[in-house]
Every structure is written in structure tokens, then in C-alpha cells.
Design a protein around this ligand. Structure first.
Ligand code: DC
Length: 511
């Protein structure tokens, strides 16, 4: 399986210079897709095709054959058997290419060719729509841009150095007009892909841009590997501890030297971590009454949070409380308390057995409605006279949340919707879905009772049938991955980094 690096951006941002240098450095081929649109433009100009007449364009596209070759590592564009590389960089050809690249027939022909090249070669490909349309699964996407002033100045200096007569203002206007055309065409307009990294080169020289992009690639590459047998292994960037969990686990480790340290419930849904803490003397209590028969000590409230009653009960025992509730969950407690005190009916989209939801429920002064299925949403019957506030468990699936909210919203209540799903969860789920779509096998690492890991598993299984849910490396059957060319790995918010690394490393070196 080949690897592609997609570089998009407006004309004159330095894409081709950078892409060429990068390709040479990485021993990839450089694919200049702009040159392909320019070659098409040469054909249209030579054959007097009217660039404003789509039918004329469509009729002539069928007569065009474009291919690329490499001479000393430099891309050559062959148009109907002739090498036209030397004629591509004129202003006239650039203008014609910008006008005609908007047509579906032109784009289809060239996008097919570009995808075929990327499938067969490791490449750095630059253009306008590489990350968004041509190679949406490219593991590295860069959006390289610069202000129109900076780009016009570079072009001006280039032409002056060649001894050509030129006018700065005309160059700038031309650049801006081309930007407008490229960004506003109907099909695959120039825009930054959601997962592309923006590099603004306005105040950077070539070496600095190259360094910045190399750093981005290296960071990504640490998570992309090719195995001995040629398989690609990709570790999701968002795999593992979220901020709230990391904070809670660190809080416990900071306290382990003290006498009588307790966590209220297992600190995270991960047996490995809980076992390790146990070995260091940390005990798990399940309710405040447990303290009646024990010595005083320190109790740490985990990231899931607890109900107001549990909090008060703990306080009454006189034990020292360290509250490691995730700040995002604390925010939900506040919403639920304030809204319910104002007489609003509370609906939580979440699993009522999950400790986070149990905790949230306990901050409402009135009964709470918990919904996690379409059926429950359909059957929900609330008081039409009172306002309704919908919040969500932080780790709930975003699409399912929307689906359930839509059902409830249609019932005619005065509803305020507070999407309290935390970004880390959403990002992890979106990345997992995308990775699972691309992969032939997917490994999801996490504790068996971690609800967010289970949701990740469901999302991945939906996209990739060969999805395996494992707690640690011991559960992984490497044989089951033998047929997969591309293997993705993700992990729940409560999976420690060392377990993820162990899985990633073993898959990488043993397959
Ligand atoms: O990058 P360039 O100036 O050589 O590109 C010439 C034209 O081709 C540019 O105006 C937009 C178009 N183009 C495109 O639509 N999609 C690409 N992937 C590359 C170029």
C-alpha cells in the first residue's frame, strides 16, 4: 500500500518548490497536478476551444490523452504523445487552466489519473483539491498558503530576476482573480481539508517552510509504519487518555505515598491501571458508608464525578476529599442543578447505568429522564407547559445524540439543547470512523467496562468488519490480521499509553 502526502493551496504559495524538495528528501515521486490542468489548457489553446463553452470543452476532452513520466526525477507531461512540459508555465496557459479546470469532464479525467498514480507510488502530490477530493484518505495533508501580497511579491521578484517587464499591481490582481476562480468553482473548489494542517508561509523562507512541514510529517509518521511484509499500520492520533482521565489518574499517583488513599469507584475503567494502583496501596470504595468502619484518609473522586448526595455523604464522614471530576462533567452538574432549580425538566442523553450519568442525575432537584435509544426518545412524555433542557453524557456518540435530540425536538416542547459531548470524544470517534473506513482490520484497545471504548468499537465495526476489541496485547490474535494490508489502531479515553504503545509496537514488528 502506498503513502501519499497531499499539499493544497492557492497559486504562488510555494507548493511546487516545497513538494519537490520534500519528495526528493523522502524518496517519493512528486506529482504536480497543476501541470496536468495546464497540459489540458495547452490542448484547448492549440485547438481553439472556447473556454467558456462547456459543451465544446466536453467534446474535446475525449480527444485528450495525458500521462506523466519522470526524467531525472523531474515530472514530464505527455499530451497526446508529445512532451509539453516546456510550454506549461506561461501566464496564458495558467489563465486558461484556471478557467477550464472548473469543468467536470476535465476534472474527472485528471482526478482518475492522479488517483491511479497515487495508488501505485509513494508520492507528494500538490494541487487545489488533493486533500479534499483526490486523496481524502491521505495520511498527511498540508494546506500551504500565503497572503496575496507575499505571493505577488515573490512572482514579481521572479520575473524581474528573469529580466522580464512586469507590474506588481497587475500580478497581484491576477493572483487574486485566480484565487477567486479556484475557490468559487462548483466542483472541488480550493479549500482547506478538515484534517489538513495550515502552514502560512507569508513570513517564512523556503527552508523554514520545509522544516515546518517535515516536523508535521515526522509527528504523523511516528504513528504510521510499514511492516516487514509491507502492511501499513496506523495509530490514531486521538487514541488514549483524554485530558480529564489523565488528570484524574495523575491525581491518584500524586497521592500514593500517603496513608489510606481511596478512590470512589475504580479511578478509570481500566483493570491494568486499577491493579497497578492497588499494588501501591490505593483502595477502591463503592459508597460513603464504607468509611464508617475505616480509618480516616483521602478519597479521590474520579473523572466521572458523583451525585450531590454522594459528595455530601463523603463530606460528613470527615474524610479529605480530592475532587478529580472532569471539568466538562462539572459543567453538566452546574447546568442540571441550575436548570432544575428554575423548574426546567432535565433530559440526559446517555446510559443511565453509567457512573457519569448516575452522578449527573444526582444534581437535579427534580426527577430526570434518561434516554439512550430511539424507542425511549419516542416514548418520552414530558409536561408541555414546562421548559425542557437536554444535556448529554460526555462520551455519547455524536450522531446518535443528534438522532435522539431530533426525535424529542419534534414533540413540541420548549427545548434548549446543550451538546455537552466533549470534543475529545467527538474527535476520537470521527478519527476512528475515518481510519476504520480506510483500514482492512481495526484494533480497538480498552477496558471491557469502558463505555467509550465500546462505542468506538461499534463505530469501527460498522465501517470495517474485521474490528477487534482487546484489553491488552494478550488478547490480540496476530493471525487474524494476516490478510489485512492496512491495520488501524485506536483506543478509548481510559486506555493508558503504555498499553497502546505495546500493541502498536508488536503489530509493527511481528507482521
Ligand atoms: O498550480 P498551478 O498554477 O499550476 O495550477 C494551474 C490551474 O489548475 C489552477 O488555476 C487551478 C487548477 N488546478 C486545479 O483545479 N486542481 C488541481 N489539483 C491543481 C490545479
Amino acid at each position: 500500500m502506498s503513502i501519499s502526502i497531499a499539499i493544497d493551496g492557492p497559486a504562488g504559495a510555494g507548493k511546487s518548490t516545497i513538494a519537490k524538495r520534500l519528495a526528493a528528501k523522502m524518496n517519493y515521486i512528486y506529482v504536480d497536478t497543476g501541470a496536468m490542468y495546464r497540459a489540458m489548457a495547452v490542448y484547448f489553446t492549440q485547438n481553439h476551444v472556447n473556454p467558456d463553452d462547456e459543451r465544446e470543452i466536453d467534446a474535446s476532452v475525449v480527444n485528450v490523452d495525458i500521462s506523466i513520466e519522470y526524467a531525472d526525477g523531474v515530472q514530464q507531461v505527455i499530451l497526446n504523445g508529445d512532451n509539453v512540459t516546456a510550454f506549461l508555465r506561461t501566464e496564458e496557459t495558467g489563465r486558461m487552466a484556471s478557467k477550464t479546470s472548473k469543468y467536470a469532464s476535465v476534472r474527472k479525467k485528471l482526478v482518475d489519473l492522479q488517483r491511479k498514480i497515487a495508488k501505485e507510488n509513494n508520492c507528494v502530490m500538490d494541487g487545489r483539491d488533493i486533500g479534499t477530493a483526490v486523496l481524502p484518505d491521505a495520511p498527511v495533508k498540508i494546506y500551504l498558503t500565503a497572503s496575496s501580497d507575499a505571493r505577488a511579491q515573490r512572482r514579481f521578484d521572479e520575473l524581474v530576476a528573469k529580466g522580464e517587464q512586469c507590474d506588481y499591481q497587475t500580478i497581484k490582481e491576477d493572483i487574486e482573480q485566480r484565487d477567486y476562480q479556484d475557490m468559487h468553482r462548483e466542483i472541488s473548489p480550493l479549500c482547506q481539508a478538515e484534517d489538513a494542517v495550515l502552514v502560512d508561509s507569508s513570513d517564512m523562507n523556503i527552508e523554514e517552510v520545509l522544516q515546518a512541514i517535515t516536523d508535521i510529517i515526522e509527528k504523523k509518521n511516528a504513528r504510521i509504519a510499514t511492516t516487514k511484509s509491507g502492511k501499513t499500520v496506523i495509530l490514531a492520533e486521538s487514541a488514549g487518555f483524554c485530558f480529564g482521565v489523565e488528570r484524574a489518574v495523575n491525581t491518584v499517583y500524586e497521592q500514593v505515598d500517603k496513608e489510606n488513599v481511596y478512590t470512589y469507584g475504580p479511578i478509570i475503567h481500566n483493570e491494568e491501571v486499577v491493579k497497578d494502583l492497588e499494588s501501591k496501596g490505593v483502595r477502591v470504595i463503592e459508597n460513603a458508608a464504607d468509611f464508617k468502619n475505616t480509618e480516616n484518609g483521602t478519597v479521590i473522586i474520579r473523572s466521572h464525578g458523583v451525585s450531590k448526595k454522594v459528595y455530601d455523604d463523603l463530606k460528613n464522614t470527615g474524610v479529605e476529599i480530592i475532587d478529580a471530576t472532569c471539568p466538562f462533567v462539572l459543567k453538566i452538574h452546574t447546568i442540571v442543578r441550575e436548570e432544575s432549580e428554575a423548574g426546567t425538566q432535565i433530559v440526559i442523553i446517555g446510559n443511565e447505568k453509567h457512573p457519569e450519568v448516575e452522578g449527573i442525575m444526582g444534581w437535579s432537584v427534580s426527577p430526570v429522564h434518561v434516554v439512550d435509544t430511539v424507542e425511549k426518545a419516542q416514548n418520552l412524555a414530558l409536561d408541555l407547559e414546562k421548559k425542557v433542557c437536554i444535556v448529554s453524557q460526555t462520551t455519547f456518540n455524536y450522531n446518535k445524540f443528534q438522532e435522539l435530540v431530533e426525535i424529542i425536538s419534534k414533540k413540541g416542547y420548549n427545548v434548549s439543547i446543550r451538546n455537552t459531548i466533549c470534543n475529545a470524544t467527538e474527535e476520537r470517534q470521527t478519527e476512528a470512523r475515518k481510519l476504520a473506513k480506510r483500514a482492512d482490520a481495526m484494533i480497538v484497545v480498552g477496558g471491557s467496562s469502558s463505555s467509550n471504548t465500546r462505542k468506538l468499537y461499534e463505530i469501527c465495526k460498522n465501517e470495517c468488519n474485521a474490528t477487534f476489541y482487546i484489553q491488552t496485547l494478550n488478547d490480540l490474535d496476530l493471525e487474524s490480521l494476516s490478510k489485512a494490508d492496512c491495520i488501524g489502531i485506536t483506543a478509548g479515553a481510559s486506555t493508558p499509553n503504555n498499553i497502546i504503545e505495546e500493541v502498536y509496537t508488536n503489530v509493527r514488528i511481528k507482521l
